[in-house]
Each structure stands twice: as structure tokens, then as C-alpha cells.
Design a protein around this ligand. Structure first.
Ligand code: ADP
Length: 555
């Protein structure tokens, strides 16, 4: 028997309408380098309606055409986030840090009809134009930048503000949209091959928002001011822009000012209560706060979420102990919208007892089911000990990749199991009470003489040394053991520590057979387009002999 409940579709248009009316006084502010420029949710809602009119009436966007954004985190991007899916089109967020070849590949693969770009990123877009398919008809430019760079474009170029001006401030957003239809498209950052498109539905975005705002995840309220440092092109800024409109949390957008100094200045001036980013951003910010003395005030920040790669415990503890900021560790991927697990401790523990839980990758919500799969494909117990590949399923987890315009979905090779679970490529354990502890990415684990060494565990220990700013450990080929760890470290400015001291430091903290023999002090750890350690680049420089490696200890 079917229920007697209403079947109201879960759509982004509903989130927009709710935020712009019920929470119409909340604000979206964009940092311009010196101060925040604010608009209310009501104004953003009106401008989103104007943008939808411009896209439909002037640029001819119909059906589920893709409208791409090549933008920093700012108010106009928020308007696009709301307008494009609400009208039934697909918001395609382009990662402006991708190599040009990949960016061109993605724009063509998605058959984007329009790109909305910030003026400051036109130098990135212009050289791609000769490679882009004629399906791209319009470029809309927002903010300062040299429009002359687009002179060779065969389609038309528009000014964002002129395009939306004088249009009606309400739009007949469809109310009968199938909630399973595509709302947004985000490609993986391609660290493991060609980027793959993940096509989120209205339903998946909506349900994911409900989880993001819940207290067991990020816990947003209408009293919060959220600072998403995580870019809006990195898995929908982890759901923050849409979730903010759902509950009325105001937003502080950092635009292109993502360096430690401007971030510290904007936190001091605007007093956000919440922020989120990958660990490398927080490492830089911590260093700036530590050296900036009295100039900065971070006392407004209750919570920061760190995710995207393993958070070094020393970093979490430093924020907690020195700045009173609660760091919440979270795990997810492009394919998981991205919220997978969030590390809140269970009840009834002292702060000291809470630490081991907070250092895990966190607990799964009811909507994300996980299983640990052994090398032979069998499901392993959730006992916190049995280690295997983590597979997940749930209503905001991908079941396939976008195949390209007019194409069948791409089954993703071995990324999805026969029974429809996502193979995450992450190796770890799950405890009986649902805490995920990742050992490593399957491809980063160091396989030394039949034993596995976690690169992340070695990095975490090294980054606990006061002279180490960053440490990245990778597997390198070894004649005797198959693979051995190579430790690359970035020392703090002015430090005179040498690799011998670091090895001795590590010797007290990890099993002796795990100690790296190969060491290199480097200027900075190469980063991927979303700010994670790019281990493939480190492996390549080692293979090319480009690293100056010191050998210590037994061969
Ligand atoms: P890419 O795969 O291109 O790096 P994603 O942002 O989708 O892009 O990356 C997802 C991966 O990031 C996960 O599979 C996992 O390996 C890693 N990751 C994310 N969060 C964490 C975390 N908290 N701890 C360890 N690894 C993490």
C-alpha cells in the first residue's frame, strides 16, 4: 500500500524561494580585498530571477542545457548556483585551477552552452577558446578584467550586470520538475586519470543540504556567518551555498583572496562563526595567525571543518589549544556530494577521551551506508580492526558518471560494484559504532615487503615536529622491498633542523621498519587543483632525479 503523504518534489527552486523570503534579511557578502560588499538574500533571490530571465529570454537556455561557471566564491556565483538549477538547467562548476587541457576537455564533454566567468579569470579562458566546440555560444563576464582577451570568440560576449539589469525580479521556476533530474555537474579533479563528471540531482542536493545543516554534521543556523574557503568549484563548496539558503545562514565569500593574510584579515573584520577548507589552507592560516600576533582576532570562529585530505592531528590540536576553535574532521569525495562522514565524538566523554574520535574521518549519517571490502571482495566486520576498501551507497552517492551530452551514463569501469555501491579507492576500517578511520588512498599506500605502510600516518607524525611546516610521503620503487617510503618535508622559515634529526624524531613514534631511508627537503609540497598534496608530481620528480635525496639508515 502506498502512503497517503504528498509527493512534493525536492528542488533547488524550493531552497531559493525559501531563503529569499523567509530568510530574506540574511546576507551574502563578498570580500573585495579591503572590505565586504553585502547583498541580502532577498536581493540575491531577485537577481537570481533576473539571471534566469536573461539566460532564458536572451541567451536561449532551454531544458537541461549546461550553464558553466568559471568563478571564485562570490555573490554572483551564489546567484548562478540558485538560478541555473532552479530554471531546470544544469549548473556546471568549472575548476579554474585545472590544467588548460583538462578544462577544455570538460567544457566540450559537458557541451556547455554558456560560461559565466569572472573578469579576473579571462586570461585562463581566452587561450582555450580555439579548442572549444561551437556548442559554447555565450560568455558572460562579471567583475573587472580585460574583455579584449575574448576578441577571438565566435559566440557572443555579455556583461553580467547589463545582462540582468531591468529584467523581472521573479521567475516562473517550474514547480513540477522531476526531483531526480540533473541540477549540477562537477568533474573530479582528475588526480587519478581523466576527469569524470558527477551529475547531482535536485533530490540529492536537497537531501544533502538537510544533512549538512544538521547538528551531527556542520550544524548551521540562521545566526551563523559561514565562510566557505573551499571553492565553489570543489564539490559545490561541500554543500554550503545551498545549505545556507535552506536555513538562512549568512555567507562571507572570500572571492580570490584565499591567501593566509587576507583570510586572517577578513575573519578579523567580518567575524564569521564557521569556515571550511582543505588542510593546506589551515596550515597556512595557522602560520599567519601564529606570526601575526595581536593583529588578528579569530574569536568569532566556533567551528572549522577540515576535509578533502587527512587532517594532521597537530593542526587540529593547534587550532583548539591556541585559538579555541573546534576543528571538525570530515571525509567525502566528488562522487559523494561530498558529505560522507563527520567526526563528532559520542556522548559522555572528557575532552581528552574525545580526541581519538575527532581524529577519525568520522561517523556516517543514516543516509550513507558503508561497507569494508577485503582484497577477495568479501565484506569485512565493522570492528575497527579489519581493513579494506571502503564502499558506500546512499541517495546522494553517484551510481555512474556523466557520459557527455546525449550519451549514456559512463559505468566508470570498476568504480561501481556489481550491486551498485561506489568503490571509494580509500582503505581503512569502520568501528562498530560507525567511525571511519582511513589508512590511506589505495594508490598511496606503500607496499613494503608484503607489509603496508600508511603514508598519511608518517606525514601526521612528521607534521607534529615543530620545525616541519608540511610533509608528504610517497612510495618509491625499492629493489629489495618492492616499495619504500620517501619523505619530503618543508621546513618552517628560519629552521635549521636536518633530516637526520627528523628521522630520529620519527623513530620514537613509528615502528622501525616503517622509517623512511630516503629524505628530501623541498621548498613547498606540490598541490592539486583543489589544494591537496599532489603525490603523483612528487613521485615523478623522484623518478626524474629532480629531487635532492639524502639516504639515511639501513638499505
Ligand atoms: P580527487 O579524487 O580528484 O582528489 P575529491 O575531492 O573527490 O577529488 O577527493 C576525494 C578523496 O579525498 C577521497 O577519496 C579521499 O581519498 C580524500 N579525502 C577526503 N577527505 C578526507 C579525509 N578527511 N581524510 C583522508 N582523506 C580524505
Amino acid at each position: 500500500m502506498l502512503s497517503t503523504m504528498q509527493d512534493v518534489p525536492l528542488t533547488v527552486a524550493r531552497i531559493l524561494e525559501h531563503g529569499a523570503t523567509v530568510h530574506g534579511a540574511s546576507t551574502v557578502a563578498t570580500w573585495d580585498g579591503e572590505r565586504a560588499v553585502r547583498r541580502t538574500f532577498a536581493e540575491v533571490g531577485a537577481r537570481a530571477a533576473q539571471l534566469a530571465h536573461a539566460l532564458r529570454d536572451e541567451l536561449g537556455v532551454t531544458g537541461d542545457q549546461r550553464v558553466a561557471t568559471l568563478m571564485w566564491n562570490n555573490t554572483e556565483h551564489q546567484e548562478a548556483y540558485l538560478a541555473i538549477p532552479s530554471m531546470g538547467a544544469v549548473l556546471h562548476t568549472l575548476n579554474l585551477r585545472l590544467p588548460p587541457q583538462q578544462l577544455a576537455f570538460i567544457i566540450n564533454h559537458a557541451a556547455d552552452h554558456v560560461i559565466i566567468a569572472n573578469g579576473s579569470v579571462l586570461p585562463l579562458l581566452a587561450p582555450l577558446l580555439p579548442q572549444l566546440n561551437p556548442t559554447l555560444r555565450h560568455i558572460v563576464v562579471s567583475g573587472p578584467g580585460d574583455r579584449g582577451l575574448l576578441a577571438g570568440f565566435s559566440g557572443s560576449v555579455h556583461e553580467y550586470e547589463e545582462l540582468i539589469a531591468d529584467r523581472p525580479t521573479s521567475f516562473p521556476f517550474p514547480t513540477d520538475l522531476d526531483e531526480r533530474s540533473a541540477a549540477a555537474l562537477c568533474y573530479t579533479s582528475g588526480t587519478t586519470g581523466d576527469p569524470k563528471g558527477v551529475l547531482y540531482s535536485h533530490r540529492s542536493v536537497y537531501l544533502h543540504c538537510l544533512q549538512v545543516v544538521s547538528a551531527e554534521s556542520f550544524g548551521f543556523t540562521a545566526r551563523d556567518l559561514l565562510l566557505p574557503v573551499v571553492p565553489m568549484f570543489h564539490v559545490n563548496a561541500w554543500g554550503i551555498p545551498h545549505a545556507a539558503f535552506m536555513v538562512g545562514s549568512s555567507l562571507l565569500m572570500p572571492d580570490r583572496f584565499l591567501q593566509p593574510k587576507p583570510l586572517a584579515a577578513m575573519i578579523t573584520a567580518e567575524r564569521p562563526t564557521f569556515s571550511a577548507a582543505v588542510p593546506t589552507i589551515w596550515t597556512g592560516l595557522l602560520d599567519e595567525l601564529d606570526s601575526g600576533g595581536e593583529a588578528y582576532d579569530t574569536s568569532s570562529l566556533d567551528t572549522v571543518v577540515i576535509g578533502g585530505s587527512a587532517c594532521p592531528p597537530a593542526l587540529m590540536k593547534a587550532f583548539q589549544d591556541r585559538y579555541g576553535i573546534e576543528v571538525i574532521h570530515a571525509w567525502g569525495m566528488t562522487e559523494t556530494s561530498p558529505l560522507g562522514s563527520v567526526a563528532h565524538p559520542p556522548a559522555g566523554l572528557t575532552p581528552e577521551q574525545e580526541w581519538p574520535y575527532r581524529l577519525t574521518q568520522g561517523r556516517f549519517p543514516a543516509t550513507v551506508q558503508a561497507r569494508v571490502v577485503g582484497p577477495d571482495g568479501s565484506a569485512m566486520p565493522h570492528d575497527g580492526v579489519a581493513e579494506g576498501e571502503i564502499e558506500v551507497r546512499g541517495p546522494w552517492i553517484a551510481r555512474a558518471y556523466f557520459g557527455g551530452a546525449g550519451q549514456q551514463p559512463d559505468a566508470g569501469g570498476d568504480k561501481f560494484s556489481d550491486d551498485g555501491w561506489l568503490r571509494t579507492g580509500d582503505v581503512g576500517t569502520v568501528s562498530a559504532d560507525g567511525y571511519l578511520t582511513l589508512t590511506d588512498r589505495a594508490k598511496d599506500v606503500i607496499k613494503s615487503g608484503g607489509e603496508w605502510i600508511s603514508s598519511v600516518a608518517l606525514e601526521n607524525e612528521l607534521m607534529a615536529h615543530p620545525d616541519v611546516l608540511e610533509a608528504a610521503v610517497v612510495a618509491v620503487p625499492d629493489e629489495k622491498w618492492g616499495e619504500r617510503p620517501l619523505a619530503t618535508v618543508v621546513l618552517r622559515p628560519g629552521s635549521d633542523a636536518d633530516v637526520r634529526t627528523l628521522r630520529e624524531f620519527l623513530a620514537g613514534r613509528v615502528a622501525s621498519w616503517q622509517l623512511p631511508e630516503r629524505w628530501a627537503v623541498i621548498e613547498s609540497v606540490p598541490k592539486t587543483s583543489v589544494g591537496k598534496f599532489d603525490k603523483k608530481v612528487i613521485r615523478a620528480s623522484y623518478a626524474d632525479g629532480a629531487l635532492s635525496v639524502t639516504k639515511l639508515g639501513k638499505e
